[in-house]
Write a protein of this length. Structure first.
Ligand SMILES: Nc1ncnc2c1ncn2[C@@H]1O[C@H](COP(=O)(O)OP(=O)(O)OP(=O)(O)O)[C@@H](O)[C@H]1O
Ligand SMILES: [Mg+2]
Ligand SMILES: [Zn+2]
Lengths: 362, 206
């Protein structure tokens, strides 16, 4: 077993006023009626990684209403022991403390690797590239924690370049300076993404799994290849970008193409169930690859995943999670959905009582 | 609440105003500002009066060097006025604090150019605000061999470095930057003298 969460405490976080969960490393089954506060728990865990969590919420949305006095999430990890805290007060952005010391958000990615699947991702393959890019970057971050720094540097330089474009600035030195920064970061971003895809592809090879293999490819916005060196491409595109008022080329426009391997069908043309199965398959392959690379599987957050699977697939998912030894936090409205896990999992019930969520181990 | 404000009780208005001004200094909050003012008040003759006098004098005499942007008390600072420092090397720094750090370490014998910030399109800080055109003119008129970029490893710092390197490319002057070992995002001002000296000696072509 690898790095897991041993205790999780939520204070004034969404529907939770004070919740504490002691976890023993087994998968965690969280059940309760609609609106009880289940997804809020795994959202809290997702905030122990860089970014805005599985709902992409801003820090002030997370404060419990009506108190609105700021919120805090605290976790202790086991083997090795770390104390992670993230919190926000008032309208301030979220802060991170690791082992009692203030730390940048990106540092969280060096401690916990966290992947998630939520119902909003059911339409991932048919909606805009943004969601797929975010999914890809979440997987990439799990292999390369530095990815967060590269993405931040790229976006910072790009926002400056976009401002020059909007203001119709024509100072070529300034463009060259920003474009070379963007190109450096883009090289790192693309290399990280390719590394993740090749590790996931390798983990799908010959794997014993009930879920269908997916062939993945990184492509440009119009399906084209991504340029190897972005700097000359950006320089050549300045006029076009100026007309558009923004940067039209680069890793921020990349897309993830997927195909159901055995059928050779693009993911967006697969059935609803097949599309979901592809996502689960990728998360599991990612987890196997990480377990092989680091000796420890990632933490998986699976919101309402069990409900969408038939009994056979559901049992197969549980078996694969247990075989990986991954700490998977799973939600479902009915405790019965987790029956086939038996005592291989820890069970929690969540209910809403007097306007706040109550969590108890069952 | 009684009139008299945040500092409580009947503290006279002038003293309160002094505390408010002090609290604007870096590293001082309202509490420490109050403590500092109290120390000054208790040592009026030995400390407060000479401090007030020194401040009044410097407030009148301080100026930015017309050539390099260093802060001194004449139109041209001591470094720019010193012929022995015409080594043909110009070290470009973001802030006067960085210049002071390099001077304290005594590791650099040439002259400086203080930008006073970094390029940021989002914050409307362009090359003119940073006196980059002045730098390019200096390089042309001052017999310059080498421009050393001692800028922070932040995105804005490195954008500024790239800008200057690109703008000087046509002049043929050699452009170098401090060696690695300057921590990412670490400000020069916080480096110890040994690290600064090593980073300067091991500078590399940009
Ligand atoms: N900032 C907040 N303050 C207080 N309550 C909030 C806040 N944000 C969300 N909630 C409430 O938390 C409750 C539980 O949300 P959550 O999404 O966790 O439910 P769930 O148990 O996952 O339900 P479902 O089974 O429907 O998915 C909702 O009723 C929601 O209105
Ligand atoms: Mg939910
Ligand atoms: Zn000077």
């Amino acid at each position: 077993m690898g790095l897991t969460i041993a205790t999780l405490t939520l204070s004034h976080f969404r529907s939770h006023r004070a919740a504490r969960m002691a976890l023993d490393g087994r998968p965690v089954a969280i059940s309760g009626p609609n609106g009880a506060g289940k997804t809020n728990i795994i959202e809290a865990v997702s905030l122990l990684s860089p970014g805005r969590g599985l709902r992409r919420a801003s820090a002030d949305e997370l404060a419990r209403r009506p108190d609105a006095i700021g919120w805090k999430i605290r976790a202790e990890t086991a083997a090795p022991l770390h104390e992670l805290e993230t919190f926000a007060e008032g309208a301030d952005s979220r802060q991170v403390r690791i082992d009692g010391k203030p730390a940048p958000q990106a540092a969280l990615g060096r401690i916990l690797r966290i992947l998630w699947l939520v119902p909003a991702m059911d339409r991932l393959w048919i909606e805009s590239a943004e969601g797929r890019r975010r999914f890809l970057d979440r997987m990439t971050l799990s292999f390369a924690p530095d990815h967060a720094d590269a993405v931040l540097a790229y976006e910072k330089a790009m926002r400056d370049r976009n401002r020059l474009l909007k203001d119709m600035v024509s100072d070529a030195h300034w463009y060259v300076a920003l474009e070379s920064q963007m190109a450096d970061a883009a090289t790192r971003i693309t290399a990280n993404r390719h590394h993740a895809l090749s590790r996931i592809a390798a983990a799908q090879q010959g794997a014993e799994t009930a879920f269908p293999a997916a062939e993945l490819a990184l492509i440009g916005p119009e399906g084209e290849d991504i340029p190897e060196d972005l700097a000359p491409a950006l320089a050549a595109n300045r006029r076009r970008d100026m007309a558009a008022g923004r940067t039209l080329l680069g890793p921020h426009r990349a897309d993830l193409a997927a195909r159901y391997a055995t059928k050779g069908v693009p993911a967006d043309q697969c059935s609803t169930g097949e599309q979901k199965a592809l996502l689960i398959s990728l998360i599991l392959a990612n987890a196997r690859a990480l377990a092989a690379d680091l000796g420890t599987p990632p933490i998986l957050l699976l919101d309402e995943v069990a409900a969408h699977l038939d009994q056979h697939r559901r049992a197969a998912l549980y078996d694969e999670i247990c075989a990986l030894g991954a700490q998977a936090l799973m939600t479902g409205t009915e405790p019965g959905l987790f029956d086939s896990l038996g005592n291989r999992a820890q069970s929690f019930a969540v209910v809403e009582e007097g306007g706040m969520s109550k969590v108890s181990e069952t | 609440m009684a009139a008299g404000g945040a500092h409580g009780g009947d503290t006279p208005r002038e003293i309160e105003a002094l505390i408010d001004l002090m609290a604007r200094l870096p590293g001082l909050g309202p509490r420490s500002a109050r403590r500092a003012v109290l120390v000054l008040l208790k040592r009026r003759g030995a400390l407060m009066a000479p401090l007030a006098q020194a401040m009044a004098q410097v407030a009148v005499s301080a100026r930015d060097c017309r050539i390099c942007g260093n802060i001194g008390t004449s139109d041209i600072c001591a470094i720019c006025a010193d012929d022995r420092r015409a080594t043909g090397e110009i070290c470009v720094v973001e802030d006067v604090a960085d210049l002071w750090a390099l001077e304290r370490a005594g590791v650099f014998r040439g002259r400086y150019h203080v930008l006073g910030g970094t390029l940021s399109a989002l914050d409307a800080v362009g090359p003119e605000e940073l006196r980059i055109p002045d730098l390019i003119e200096r390089v042309a008129t001052e017999a310059t061999r080498e421009v050393i970029l001692a800028l922070n490893a932040t995105v804005d710092g490195q954008t500024t470095a790239h800008y200057i390197a690109d703008a000087l490319a046509a002049t043929g002057v050699s452009v170098t930057s401090l060696a690695q070992g300057v921590p990412i995002g670490g400000e020069l001002d916080y480096l110890d003298d040994g690290t600064l000296g090593a980073a300067l000696r091991a500078r590399k072509s940009f």
